[in-house]
Write a new protein. Structure first.
Length: 401
């Protein structure tokens, strides 16, 4: 029998050709051991139910930075950047609790008007009848403004946040890599840390306010972080608050343009908007995988996993799992249990900003449908060379009316 492809190859995601490889793994060997890859041996977990089992058992399957962290790529030894997603309880729990209030329902309600105002401004400022980059002018712009608000970071410098996000997740092997070496990456992330440290010192000297920097500066769990942990947590918040939402906004636009009947459903029944939002996020699956390391010998899907093994949960595969989701290869508004996708993860590491992401995308789609713009994609998207973030670097579009 033909061997299974090494699904860790970043080119599969740049080419958007990963689907058939995962379909075959789900069908023939859903918990599959790859003895060789550029990232060492690893297990591929490809079905929805098995991914959930790993997510919901952090005692067996660890996220700890010292064991390798959350990506199939091991962090360079001695240069680990721990952060709360690369920690197990209890430290994970204490640090996560520090930042969680910023996305509490009451605060989201306070932010909705501002997000809508900015979204309307961005859409109304788009050129008509000429090609522009949706990924830059809409997806990146909206998420950069939101991220600057969450940090109370100067809005005029908001694209620095996007740049640091790109640096943090960049694959240095890519031909269009924004940085070419780990040393260059660390140098840029140290610049980021210095900028954030200056804002941190300002916030420490003042009473606590409701922004992420002030919240961390005044919390027992985070106020005395070592330098690498400081860099790691800011990189996590920047990537988490920006990359995932912006890529859903670009991928979602393409899905809506390809599936006009589904959009018509929402126009006829605005009550379906939450379903459109969830389907957008499932379809986009902006985080391709999360990795864990087995702390002890265990069994999963009939396979024996050994302590120290690298276990990779492929969210892109789980979100297309025929055994868990009806017609997963179709973009369907109004599907049952629309929020039951894996794009936010599950368990203790479920995305802390999931409701904010949903709100940003909902408002964008509401404002877009209200304007009834005729948008066409004029060239194929340029996708990120990455096995971690399913990113869209550019999406050339034109508004016809």
């Amino acid at each position: 029998m033909q061997e299974h492809a090494d699904v860790s190859q970043p080119r599969l995601y740049r080419e958007d050709s990963w689907g058939p490889h995962f379909a075959r793994l789900r069908r023939e060997d859903p918990v599959h051991f790859h003895p060789e890859s550029p990232f060492g041996p690893y297990w591929s977990i490809t079905r929805y139910a098995d991914i959930n089992k790993v997510e919901l058992d952090p005692t067996t399957f660890s996220s700890a930075s010292e064991l390798g962290g959350i990506q199939i790529t091991d962090q360079p030894q001695g240069e680990e950047l721990p952060n709360f997603i690369r920690m197990d309880p209890p430290r994970h729990t204490a640090q996560r609790k520090t930042v969680a209030p910023i996305v509490a329902p009451s605060n989201l309600a306070n932010m909705e008007g501002l997000i809508r105002q900015r979204t309307a401004q961005v859409l109304d400022g788009l050129p008509r009848g000429e090609t522009f980059d949706w990924a830059d002018r809409v997806s990146t712009e909206l998420t950069a403004m939101m991220l600057a608000t969450l940090f109370d970071f100067p809005q005029a410098d908001r694209r620095k946040l996007t740049f640091w996000s790109d640096v943090a997740i960049c694959n240095i092997e890519a031909e269009d890599a924004i940085v070419r070496t780990n040393e260059a990456r660390m140098a840029e992330l140290k610049n980021m840390a210095e900028t954030m440290a200056a804002l941190w010192q300002e916030r420490v000297a003042k009473p606590p306010t409701f922004d992420l920097i002030s919240m961390m500066a005044h919390s027992e769990a985070t106020k005395n972080m070592p330098t690498r942990e400081f860099i790691g947590n800011f990189a996590l918040l920047i990537v988490g608050g920006n990359d995932t939402t912006r890529n859903s906004m670009s991928s979602g636009l393409m899905a809506m343009l390809d599936n006009p009947r589904e959009v018509e459903k929402v126009k006829a029944d605005p009550g379906l908007m939450p379903s459109l939002v969830s389907e957008t996020i499932r379809w986009a699956t902006p985080v391709i995988h999360m990795r864990r390391t087995a702390r002890k010998d265990c069994e999963l899907g009939g396979k024996q996993i050994r302590a120290g093994d690298k276990v990779v949960m492929w969210y892109v595969s789980g979100n297309r799992d025929e055994t868990a989701i009806d017609e997963p290869e179709r973009f369907v508004v109004g599907r049952p249990k629309a929020r039951h996708h894996l794009s936010f993860g599950a368990g203790i590491h479920r995305c802390v900003g999931d409701r904010l992401a949903e709100m940003q995308i909902r408002i964008l789609w509401e404002e877009l449908l209200k304007r009834d713009l005729e948008i066409e994609v004029v060239a194929p998207p340029v996708r990120l060379y990455s096995n971690f973030i399913r990113g869209i670097r550019s999406l050339p579009v034109r508004i016809r009316n």
